[in-house]
Write a protein of this length. Structure first.
Length: 369
């Protein structure tokens, strides 16, 4: 993928996907399936949404798999560059490799036929000689190493990390070659999300730095080195920059499929709020900043940024454009003004010596039906 594509190259495909969304599983529909009392109830819902008939649990899985493959096949027919779709298909390849390495006896049940390599082909060829030379070179090398490590150490975690590292490296290259900024941001957000989960797991389980080094991957908005540097103080040191906050917000919002502008607006507003905490609430100290994001019905989101710093004596004055408590640092005093411009609502509560809470609200554009 070397040609730089224009947005207009994807107009037809975008319109087609919008039309297809009526048959896809949205977050609300997934919630309905998860809370359905029986397979029969799931079958009724899927039937209403245009899925194949369902009679039992195996046919339920088959219906979902068939629909997923049909969507990929339809999209690939009109994709200007088929490799772009690989960004979304690769995870199934690596899932299938993990399955064949760790649970070959359950392959029929666990393999997912949605990757760039047909699941049946992967299973058959691997069974023939136990190798992976039929896969693309980078994928085969990772699979060989993961298989060797699993055989020598018995560590499924180490084996998975090898495959995950290769997966994210390939995603990063595909996104870079696409010359599509949104796709590059999407991949960075995926890597950031994976690293965030690893950091939280490491701290909650009290695991050592060696574990964290193994499970962090390059390519995100925050480097593994920066994450490791801040983890020793409960990750508070990471907040010396705003990249971590932007990455967390982006990782959370990806599930709503926001527009590029919406994603940029929310990330910028969060960045401004966190910068205020760093510069004004704690000044030269390191303190705790809590970021809470929620999704509500109607594609509404709320973001709460809370610190326990020095507080704001006069909130009304602080929210005036150009007002700053740090003129010597050449601050513009436009932080709250930027937040108000980008979000539907900005509410600030504060108490001198008791910290500050900023609440941001935004309704994302409705998806076409």
């Amino acid at each position: 993928m070397t040609k730089r594509r224009k947005d207009t190259d994807y107009l037809f495909l975008s319109a087609r996907i919008r039309a297809m969304e009526r048959r896809l599983l949205t977050a609300q529909r997934l919630e309905q399936l998860l809370t359905a009392p029986s397979v029969e109830a799931c079958a009724q819902l899927l039937s209403e949404w245009g899925y194949a008939p369902v009679h039992d649990e195996p046919s339920l899985q088959a219906a979902l798999s068939a629909q997923r493959e049909a969507v990929f096949a339809d999209v690939s027919r009109f994709m200007p560059e088929a490799e772009v779709l690989d960004v979304f298909r690769l995870k199934y390849d690596y899932h299938n490799i993990k399955t064949l390495l760790k649970a070959p006896q359950d392959a029929e049940r666990l393999l997912i036929d949605a990757g760039t390599v047909p699941a049946e082909t992967m299973q058959k060829k691997h069974a023939e000689n136990g190798g992976w030379d039929f896969l693309p070179a980078d994928m085969a090398a990772a699979a060989d190493e993961a298989q060797r490590v699993l055989a020598e150490t018995g560590s499924a975690r180490s084996s998975d990390c090898i495959l995950d590292r290769a997966y994210f490296a390939r995603l990063e290259k595909l996104a870079a070659d696409s010359h599509i900024p949104y796709l590059q941001d999407y991949v960075r957000a995926m890597i950031d999300a994976a690293n965030l989960r690893s950091l939280i797991r490491t701290q909650r389980l009290g695991l050592d730095a060696g574990f964290l080094r193994e499970v962090l991957f390059p390519g995100g908005s925050v480097t593994p080195e920066a994450i490791r540097a801040g983890s020793g103080s409960g990750a508070a040191a990471l907040w010396r920059g705003t990249a971590f906050a932007r990455a967390a917000a982006a990782s959370f919002l990806v599930q709503l499929d926001p527009t590029v502008e919406e994603l940029s607006d929310v990330r910028t507003a969060v960045s401004e709020a966190v910068t205020n905490c760093i510069v004004h609430a704690y000044k030269d100290a390191i303190g705790k900043i809590t970021l809470t994001l929620r999704i509500w019905e109607g594609r509404r989101i709320t973001v709460k940024i809370r610190d326990t710093g020095c507080g704001i004596p006069d909130v009304k004055q602080a929210m005036e454009p150009l007002f700053t408590t740090a003129p010597s640092e050449e601050r513009s005093g436009l932080g709250f003004a930027v937040m108000q411009e980008l979000m539907d609502e900005v509410r600030v509560t504060s108490r001198a010596g008791g910290g500050t809470t900023v609440r941001l609200r935004r309704r994302l554009s409705q998806k076409a039906r």
